[in-house]
Design a protein around this ligand. Structure first.
Ligand SMILES: NC(=O)C1=CN([C@@H]2O[C@H](COP(=O)(O)OP(=O)(O)OC[C@H]3O[C@@H](n4cnc5c(N)ncnc54)[C@H](OP(=O)(O)O)[C@@H]3O)[C@@H](O)[C@H]2O)C=CC1
Ligand SMILES: Nc1nc(=O)c2c([nH]1)NC[C@@H]1CN(c3ccc(C(=O)N[C@@H](CCC(=O)O)C(=O)O)cc3)C=[N+]21
Length: 292
């Protein structure tokens, strides 16, 4: 069994990005600048956005964090997005999801300039991804592809089962794993909360990508021997014994599933850090495209 070490690989990627930034500096060019808008005070969201800012510092990017109260109106948020669209200093930005209920997420995603949409959530970019055209690939699926590639995991002709059909993880992942090329060329089954007999499907999978957000959902009985297991889930589970008062838990019963798996991602230290590294990568691409 091999652990797909997202922490290590994300560090390698950050070093590669740092080297590119150093070259930009040596040429006297502007370095990439990532901005993030966060609406509200959700603890997990704040932690996550904070780690993006730290990651920017680490690779030599500039970063801007825009914090807006959870009472922000849709109009105010759209106005802020248009400001960032027009700000020549900003190469790429993201709007942290989920948004408070008074704001229409679809409207927000449509307002982001596709050339600055480093999350890859704008329909123009999502459509390009689905059509194999060059574009920003959403950071989490992009990170999973990169992990599979760097560990030389064979995906061709394999049966990949994706659990969860969200627009940011499950749906794009299912598209990417079925596309021509590598990593890809899989036969994909996309499952969700209406799927019947899910265990019957997962036990036939060569590769399982679990993105539902239910701690310890995927049990050893649901997995065949030598399967490749990608655990996207991140849930804070209360734990009084832990200094922070919670532990980060994935969707996979790691202790038991890892005994059967050929490759498996841990949580924390798997897909999460890869997501951040690929967001930086997309921002670097955004800068390069704006320069060109
Ligand atoms: N590591 C990382 O970088 C990232 C981690 N995450 C984490 O991944 C998890 C999923 O996030 P996200 O994709 O945004 O999730 P959503 O909550 O948007 O979607 C969850 C999906 O899982 C499906 N689902 C829920 N319960 C079941 C069930 N019992 N059986 C089968 N399918 C089920 C839902 O089905 P239906 O569509 O029918 O409702 C839905 O499609 C979360 O824990 C999140 O925190 C998210 C993004 C990045
Ligand atoms: N516009 C937008 N884009 C996103 O990409 C996006 C989003 N909104 N909203 C929320 C989800 C969630 N997500 C995570 C990324 C990294 C970790 C991560 O680094 N996790 C660490 C642990 C972090 C911790 O300790 O809390 C790990 O797995 O090792 C977690 C979660 C991106 N998302």
């Amino acid at each position: 069994m091999t652990i797909l070490d997202g922490k290590k690989v994300s560090n390698d990627i950050k070093n590669e990005i740092t080297a590119e930034v150093d070259k930009m500096k040596a040429r006297g060019e502007k370095v990439p600048h990532l901005a993030a808008i966060i609406v509200g005070n959700d603890g997990a969201s704040l932690t996550y956005v904070g780690s993006k800012v730290k990651a920017c510092e680490r690779v030599g990017f500039e970063s801007t964090l825009v914090k807006m109260p959870d009472t922000t109106s849709e109009l105010e948020l759209l106005k802020k997005i248009k400001e960032l669209n027009e700000d020549d200093n900003i190469d790429g930005f993201i709007v942290q999801l989920p948004l408070p209920p008074q704001i229409d997420t679809q409207k927000v995603l449509l307002t982001v300039d596709p050339s600055k949409d480093v999350d890859g959530f704008h329909p123009e970019n999502f459509g390009k991804m689905a059509l194999d055209m060059s574009t920003f690939i959403p950071a989490t699926p992009f990170g999973i592809l990169e992990l599979l590639q760097r560990y030389d995991v064979d995906t061709k002709g394999k049966h990949t089962v994706v659990i969860g059909r969200s627009h940011i993880v499950g749906r794009p992942m299912s598209i990417l794993m079925s596309r021509k090329g590598w990593p890809g060329n899989s036969t994909v089954t996309l499952t969700h909360s209406n799927t019947k007999n899910i265990a019957q499907i997962t036990t036939q999978a060569d590769i399982i990508i679990s993105a539902l957000g239910v701690p310890n959902f995927l049990k050893a009985e649901m997995v065949k021997d030598d399967a490749v297991i990608i655990d996207v889930g991140i849930t804070r589970v209360e734990d009084a014994n832990h200094p922070k008062g919670y532990v980060i838990t994935g969707d996979v019963d790691f202790e038991n599933v890892s005994k059967k798996a050929s490759f498996i991602t841990p949580v924390p230290g798997g897909v999460g850090p890869m997501t951040i590294a690929m967001l930086l990568k997309n921002t670097l691409l955004a800068r390069e495209q704006r320069r060109a």
